[in-house]
Design a protein around this ligand. Structure first.
Ligand SMILES: [Zn+2]
Ligand SMILES: [Zn+2]
Length: 264
């Protein structure tokens, strides 16, 4: 499997996953032009994308979805609640390209797809695990808190994209954020903070995780350094050593990330 985060943050999210014969995106929250130009950087023709898995209906996850899917004949997979919220925002999509996910596992050609619920202030929010037969890749962003059941879904993945949205103190002290917005972000239906994210990662160590991509960082209320600090602290408190246990690359908003190859 080949994986590349094309962009992540409150201005747009999109991740590329490629199996032996199948190419998919998870979310299309960048503009169509941005998705196309970032795919070009990794040598991928947008017409070769088979399907897009949608996590939820917020605009930073569906901004380019309708236009990209229409232009390149792509199938869209989303939870029925998400379809209810986003259908009217996408423009015309052929009915055979609109596919509902009813919390069941399914296949897109050779790629096995599992999904799991996340707590967020959208109608529904899904995390995904992608299996290519031997390797597993998982992604969970836009979640107010993390549960043992979510950690179980992420465990055994060689590579995990996990939200590390904000530093709690930095958010609370931010004079530009109204209190209502702070409360929304901090709530059970908001976004995962650095500390909770790092503690979840320590629980995954020992289950085969090799690479971690902290994602959906707030540009205002977080920095890559704060994310790494939280990880270092949580892992050393659990008796581990971050540098020895994990390859970490922070996802960026305005640049694509590294290309990961999970070898069978
Ligand atoms: Zn969201
Ligand atoms: Zn988001």
């Amino acid at each position: 499997m080949r994986i590349c985060v094309l962009g992540s943050g409150s201005k747009g999210n999109c991740t590329f996953v490629e199996g032996e014969n199948t190419r998919i995106l998870i979310d299309a929250g960048l503009t169509k032009a941005d998705i196309e130009s970032r795919l070009a950087l990794i040598g991928v023709n947008p017409d070769s994308i088979d399907s897009i898995l949608v996590t939820h209906e917020h605009s930073d996850h569906i901004k380019g979805l309708g236009a990209f899917a229409r232009a390149h004949g792509v199938k869209i997979f989303a939870h029925p609640d998400t379809w209810n919220e986003m259908d009217s925002k996408l423009g015309a999509i052929k009915s055979e390209n609109k596919i509902g996910i009813y919390n069941q596992d399914f296949y897109i050609n050779e790629l096995g797809i599992a999904n799991f619920d996340l707590s967020h202030d959208s109608r529904h929010c899904l995390g995904y695990s992608i299996y290519d037969g031997t390797k597993k890749f998982s992604i969970a962003t836009d979640l107010g808190f993390i549960t043992d059941s979510i950690i179980k879904n992420l465990a055994d993945s060689s590579l995990v994209v996990l939200e590390a949205n904000h530093d709690v103190n930095r958010l609370k002290l931010n004079p530009r954020y109204p209190i209502a917005l702070k409360n929304r972000i901090l709530s059970k239906y908001g976004h995962l903070n650095n500390q909770d994210s790092a503690e979840a990662v320590t629980k995954m160590l020992g289950y085969g995780i090799r690479g971690l991509i902290p994602a959906h960082l707030s540009e205002e209320n977080n920095t890559p350094e704060l994310v790494l600090e939280s990880l270092q602290k949580a892992i050393s408190q659990a008796g581990g050593n971050l540098a020895k246990e994990l390859h970490v690359e922070i996802a960026k908003q305005h640049q694509i990330g590294n290309i990961y190859r999970l070898k069978s």
